[in-house]
Design a protein around this ligand. Structure first.
Ligand code: SF4
Length: 313
């Protein structure tokens, strides 16, 4: 399934996810990625799915969601990889516009130096760009980009995009203990964001199981330090340090719902239990999916998460 949810989003309210990329195709292989390591790294844009098929699946999901009395705040491109690798992204956003629901894209911004990518993203209502680090060596260490990518071109592309974009632009900076949570790095990111002028800069921490076991959540003191440094340069800064609510709601076949949500969004045990309760299903469904090798259980920060099995884990 290319469309999943709606899922509760810390930034977008109730968001229906659009997964427009095959697993797991990305320009980066971030050390904290919740989807595991990137086995297929790519920087060339290509068509993956037929846009009409994505539209049809989205319309069906919207109808199912409305049937159970729920509204949707955003249709969000949040893929099994980097959504701007999809050469049809702009067409897909345009196709969604008559549906009357705002469109969001969560991108790492690595292809934003390309004019066609900027043109596609400009069609959305809300864009989130990843800015973990503005120092070349640390960027390569934390985001592990495809070697041909150049940080300077990406940062310039972001600035060019921000100057022209009419929608809401936000940024996300993921802090990884011992990598990018030092004062020097945060200060440089804050200065760059001041030039970018996002509507809001989010500071986040890896709350879901990361690709690399050594990745650790920074302590509260360093999250606060990041927040303070950012607010010296920006009006609106918010920390995303909690877990989502458990408000995942079933819209159709519960096992299909669980697999499509957890393909891009590992779910906490409590959220799975609440989902099963809403779907009038029980834990045996989860055990069956684990037995069949479709779902895996992960342990992180003393909590249990469930995620669709990718070949990368
Ligand atoms: S966190 Fe996003 S940008 Fe980084 S590797 Fe995972 S999918 Fe790609």
């Amino acid at each position: 399934m290319k469309v999943f949810g709606p899922v509760p989003s810390r930034r977008l309210g109730r968001s229906m996810g659009i997964n427009n990329i095959p697993p797991k195709l990305c320009t980066y292989s971030c050390v904290y990625c919740q989807l595991g390591r990137t086995r297929r790294m790519e920087v060339r844009r290509a068509p993956f799915y037929e846009p009409r098929e994505i539209l049809q699946e989205t319309e069906e999901k919207i109808a199912q969601t409305r049937k159970i009395g729920l509204s949707i705040d955003y249709l969000t491109f949040v893929a099994d990889g980097e959504p701007t690798l999809d050469i049809n992204l702009g067409d897909e956003i345009e196709m969604f516009q008559p549906l009357g629901i705002k469109v969001a894209v969560i991108t790492n911004g690595s292809l934003i130096s390309l004019e066609d990518v900027r043109e596609d993203l400009a069609k959305a209502d809300w864009i989130s760009l990843k800015v973990d680090c503005t120092q070349e060596d640390l960027w390569r260490r934390i985001n592990r980009p495809k070697p041909t990518l150049q940080l300077e071109a990406i940062l310039n592309g972001m600035l060019e995009f921000a100057r022209a974009f009419k929608g809401e632009l936000v940024t996300e900076t993921m802090l990884v203990r011992g990598v990018n949570n030092n004062r020097d790095c945060l200060q440089e990111v804050a200065e760059f964001l001041e030039r970018l002028q996002p509507a809001k800069a989010y500071v986040s921490i890896p709350t879901r199981p990361p690709a690399e076991k050594w990745v650790k959540i920074p302590d509260e003191e360093s999250v606060n330090k990041a927040y303070q440094i950012f607010t010296e340069h920006l009006d609106k800064v918010e920390c995303l340090t909690g877990y989502e609510t458990t408000d995942f709601l079933p819209t159709g076949d519960p096992s299909e719902d669980i697999l499509s949500i957890t393909a891009v969004h590992p779910m906490l045990e409590e959220a799975v239990k609440e989902f099963l309760h809403q779907a009038k299903a029980d834990w045996s469904m989860i055990e069956r999916l684990i037995r069949q090798g479709q779902l895996i259980e992960l342990h992180y920060q003393g909590k249990r998460f469930y995620m669709r099995r990718h070949s990368t884990r």
